[in-house]
Design a protein around this ligand. Structure first.
Ligand code: OXD
Ligand code: MN
Length: 588
């Protein structure tokens, strides 16, 4: 498929190492994909679902010991340990290559190696970047065909260039003790072994589009972020775009595909999804920050997705989707997960493939079960989804799950304060996860597991970017998860979050005043439209409560934040330490 020497030499080296019986290039054609689906079904790797109800849909089950990303086994291998920083696992590259080469040695004997040429971003756009993934898994090939742009055109766009990311994945024997997800950012190389779970093996996603890309972005003067991108269309047809970063379990995919409340729909408001997980942001010729989604699909969490929480996601999964680790309904050969509806199937297999009886109380779908679905099948996909330049961003939104501390929304004073707000992002653990409830976990910009270099340098890069963007977006923080004293959520969330987005955009357009507080600019309560929310228990007094700031809670939070800054160590930028000190002063 190519005469590119850099590609062919590397491929030869990886073949000699893994010793596959056969090598197959993935050309991006429907015929080849269909043949692979058939092969996967014939071996039991995938199950073809009811093609009348779910056309083009399949079910896959991972091994029971292989159901999530493994942060403890994810490494950033830079020559100098300080360049990976204290928040990443690090190993000397030479030592790690030796260890990995021993693991890969002969790992594809008796198997086929698939060569996947893929583009993160529209093929040929100057914003896009190219990678190759070598894998022994058809499941990976079929997922990559959904999540990225794959095939001959990518190879043609690369030409003779050696500028591509090299990815090697081998399922090997799924041994947890020898599972490694390793990024070598200085070599544009990713190596993943002993896993078959998406986040560990779809190398274009977290490994490339965040860890390697954030490293490249630091060197090249742009940003690779764990952010959704959405556009809000006004009744006059104008569309304004925002990006938003949240730690996991904060409803990122739901916000990305939000459906506005009825009264706003009737006025003509619409929301368009550009991306639900990753944004690459560059300074445009107009001096604004432009964002593009490098992915081509959604790898979303299934449980909790339903007609109320996210009808757009649900409809997106109704065709051409690979479901992983959900319940298999044997009556009609479809799928089910907790939170889809209140009627679990009675004749069904759980995510492990065992006979399952919902009435016994055990969950049928794995809590991290997933759908891999094509972005173009999303009913609210933006017309700019395939734009080669991305979309101009008015606002960057940070957020987390905080029962009491953070108000519904506030705006940072300026860019540097906004970077401070992002660096202080945190979420509280919920009863849904194992471990103590209400424990604060810091997750700056939702990038802690995904930053491919020292977090201190990452913050400094954000500060530097602020100096370079002539018309920077405004930076906000939201919290949909404030609770009352009984622990009930006060804000209805979901589509009603649109009300908050409209305040944010009004602030960006200079249309609304705000109240200055210790933490930033707070909305005047009357400026957030809560009409029709009485039935949800939200009136102006409740809104005031949602916008209240308890200084003592923030003082406690600062102590926790200081501990986190200390962990980052000496590369913590002076500017953020100044921001922290100024914040402490404002709280006095
Ligand atoms: C995540 C994901 O873990 O997007 O953030 O899968
Ligand atoms: Mn994510």
């Amino acid at each position: 498929m190519t005469t590119n020497k850099a590609v062919l030499n590397w491929l030869e080296e990886m073949k000699a190492l893994t010793k596959p019986d056969k090598v197959v290039w993935i050309d991006g054609s429907d015929a080849q994909a269909e043949a692979l689906r058939e092969e996967a079904c014939s071996t039991g790797e995938m199950i073809k679902l009811n093609q009348e109800k779910l056309p083009g849909c399949y079910l896959h089950r991972t091994a029971v010991n292989d159901v999530a990303r493994v942060e403890g086994r994810t490494f950033i291998c830079t020559s100098k340990k300080e360049d990976a920083g204290n928040t990443n696992n690090w190993c000397d590259p030479k030592e790690m290559y030796e260890k990995l080469y021993a693991l890969y040695d002969g790992s594809m004997q008796g198997k086929t190696m698939y060569v996947i040429p893929y583009s993160m971003g529209v093929i040929g756009s100057p914003f896009s970047k190219i990678g190759f993934e070598l894998t022994d898994s058809i499941y990976v090939v079929l997922n990559m065909l959904i999540m990225t742009r794959v095939g001959k055109e990518v190879v043609d766009a690369l030409g003779d260039s050696a500028e591509f990311v090299k990815g090697l994945h081998a399922k090997k024997d799924l041994d947890e003790e020898n599972r490694y997800i390793v990024q070598f950012p200085e070599d544009n190389t990713i190596m993943s072994v002993n896993s078959g779970y998406g986040g560990n093996v779809l190398l274009g996603k977290k490994c490339f589009a965040l860890r390697i890309a954030s490293f490249l972005a630091h060197n090249e003067g742009w940003l690779a972020e764990h952010m959704l991108i959405l556009g809000i269309e006004y009744p006059n047809g104008e569309i304004h775009y925002v990006t938003a970063a949240f730690p996991s379990a904060c409803g990122k995919t739901n916000l990305a595909m939000l459906i506005p409340p009825k009264f706003l729909q009737e006025k003509g408001y619409k929301v368009w999804c550009v991306g639900d997980d990753i944004a690459w942001l560059r300074i445009g010729p107009d001096g604004r920050l432009w964002a593009m989604n490098p992915e081509n699909g959604f790898f979303g969490v299934a449980p909790g997705t339903n007609l109320k929480s996210n009808p757009n996601a649900l409809h997106t999964t109704e065709r051409d989707t690979i479901f992983t680790n959900v319940v298999h309904n044997l009556d009609d050969n479809t799928v089910w997960w907790e939170g889809l509806n209140k009627t679990p199937p009675t004749n069904a297999l759980n995510w492990k493939g065992e006979k399952w009886d919902a009435s016994l109380g055990e969950k049928g779908a794995h809590p991290n079960s997933r759908f891999t679905a094509r972005a173009v099948n999303c009913p609210c996909i933006s017309s700019e989804f395939n734009s080669t330049t991305g979309v101009p961003i008015d606002a960057i939104i940070f957020g987390g799950r905080r029962a009491k501390t953070a108000p519904l929304v506030y705006q940072s004073f300026d860019w540097n304060h906004g970077v401070f707000v992002g660096s202080a992002m945190a979420s509280e653990t919920t009863a849904a996860a194992s471990g103590a409830v209400g424990v604060v976990r810091r997750d700056p910009m939702a990038m802690l597991p995904f930053c491919g270099y020292n977090m201190g340098d990452y913050f400094a890069h954000w500060i530097e970017m602020g100096k370079k963007i002539p018309n920077p977006p405004k930076i906000f923080n939201v919290n949909w998860f404030r609770t009352d004293d009984e622990g009930h959520f006060i804000w209805p969330g979901f589509g009603d979050n649109m009300r908050v987005l409209l305040w944010i955009l009004d602030r960006c357009a200079g249309k609304k005043d705000a109240d200055e507080s210790a933490i930033g600019y707070l909305p005047k309560p009357e400026d957030i439209d809560i009409s029709g929310l009485e039935a949800e228990g939200v009136d102006i007094n409740v809104l005031k409560e949602l916008l209240s700031v308890d200084k003592n809670l923030w003082k406690e939070d600062i102590e926790n934040l200081k501990g986190f800054y200390d962990k980052i160590g000496e590369r913590m930028p002076e500017e953020l330490l100044k921001q922290l000190a100024a914040f402490e002063d404002r709280l006095k």
